[in-house]
Design a protein around this ligand. Structure first.
Ligand code: FES
Length: 385
């Protein structure tokens, strides 16, 4: 990989690096069923940098066994707290999650500012004569993490809004943040409806047994245990199959596309495989059309850098990393959207896309971790996204 040239085109000195990490101290850790919650202190000078909208995530970076590892974790805290808490589920053989279990107060980690479009903006100005919003949260396993931040923030700041949480787990004891959910329910009995669906433990109400599925949602709706027509919006977070089937079911039951928000739950195994590909530039997918060398111009943090990309072996991200460009990325698997950029000239094909909406693709947005150029020249802008 050869860097052809690097020039500074920025006139705006305020362009902040999207890949910039900040060293944050851990103020608290607490044990969760098969996981850990980690709270970071946010210094005053970084307060606005780390301000977040409920539903967003952060990317962490650590050197583990001499390898740089990045992972994204959703924020679970109330959005006005002056600290930030994330939930990490332990994955068997998971390099980062097992490392996270050993972290303790006082330790420091590199953390990227919050990102993500799975957001539930809080409307504190809602007037009494406005209809209170009713939000449906559907979570499976650790998919509860962003939903918890949404529930805490909505219930605290929108005085009349309601939340219904459909939470899928194996057993009662495996529910992540079970105590937090119970405390929230105690504080907001009238406005917080919780339905726990358990797949490996029998409950008295038959409808609450089993996994969250399209059939389960239809049955709950038919029985009046949830009323889809009541919801102003829905937020779904969990494995891809569950998220896709529940989204389709909600649309079929009358919700509109723009009311349904989804976030795919990425397993650390998936992240690790994808990250290794990105770091080791070993992706060997061949494109019949457009394989070979392409000139790619990367506009990032006010710098314009040209690199050569061999689309038969490299994505834009893996080529940029080989060229020493510190490009924003996390999962490297098309799921987190951290590497989102806009095509200003030329064309590229994505290997996969689990996070960009159709309108974004139509508007020319691209995931650099999945993008392989298909024209001789490709210009990607990471700054105006
Ligand atoms: S780095 Fe996560 S989608 Fe590209």
């Amino acid at each position: 990989m050869i860097i052809l040239n690097a020039t500074n085109f920025a006139t705006d000195k305020n362009i902040m690096s999207r890949a910039q990490f900040h060293l944050l101290s851990i103020s608290k850790t607490r044990e969760l069923p098969d996981g850990v919650a980690i709270t970071f202190d946010i210094p005053d000078k970084l307060f606005s940098t780390f301000k977040y909208i409920p539903g967003q995530y952060v990317t962490l970076e650590a050197s583990i066994n001499n390898k740089i590892i990045r992972r994204t974790y959703s924020i679970c805290s109330y959005h006005q707290d002056n600290c930030l808490e994330i939930g990490i589920k332990r994955i068997e053989q998971g390099v980062f999650s097992n490392y996270a279990l050993s972290l303790k107060p006082g330790d420091q980690l590199k953390v990227m500012p919050p990102e993500g479009r799975f957001i539930r903006p809080i409307d504190e100005q809602k007037t009494d004569d406005q209809k209170p919003a009713h939000t449906l949260l559907v979570a499976a396993g650790s998919g509860i993490t962003p939903c918890l931040s949404i529930a805490k923030s909505v219930l605290a700041d929108e005085k009349k809004s309601k939340i219904t949480l459909l939470n899928g787990n194996k057993t009662i004891n495996s529910i992540m943040f079970r105590a937090d959910i119970a405390a929230l329910k105690d504080d907001h009995t009238e406005r917080f409806n919780v339905i726990n669906m358990l797949s490996q433990e029998k409950q008295d109400i038959e409808r609450f047994n089993g996994r969250i599925s399209a059939t389960a949602v239809r049955d709950l709706n038919a029985d009046g245990l949830i009323i889809i027509g009541d919801f102003d919006n829905a937020y779904l977070c969990g494995p891809m199959d569950m998220v896709n089937s529940i989204r389709d079911t909600l649309l079929e039951l009358g919700m509109q596309q723009e009311q349904v928000h989804t976030e795919l739950f990425t397993t650390e195994k998936f992240d690790a495989a994808a990250t290794n590909n990105a770091f080791q530039t070993q992706n060997t997918i061949k494109h019949k059309n457009g394989a070979g060398q392409h000139q790619v111009t990367i506009m990032l943090d006010g710098l314009q850098t040209d690199i050569n990309v061999d689309s038969s072996t490299d994505t834009v991200l893996s080529a940029a990393q080989s060229a020493g460009i510190d490009m924003p990325f996390s999962c490297a698997g098309g799921m987190c959207c951290t590497c989102r950029c806009k095509v200003l000239e030329g064309k590229a094909i994505m290997d996969a896309n689990f996070s960009l909406a159709d309108w974004e693709v139509e508007a020319g947005y691209m995931l650099a971790c999945q993008a392989r150029p298909s024209t001789d020249k490709l210009v990607l802008d990471f700054d105006s996204v």
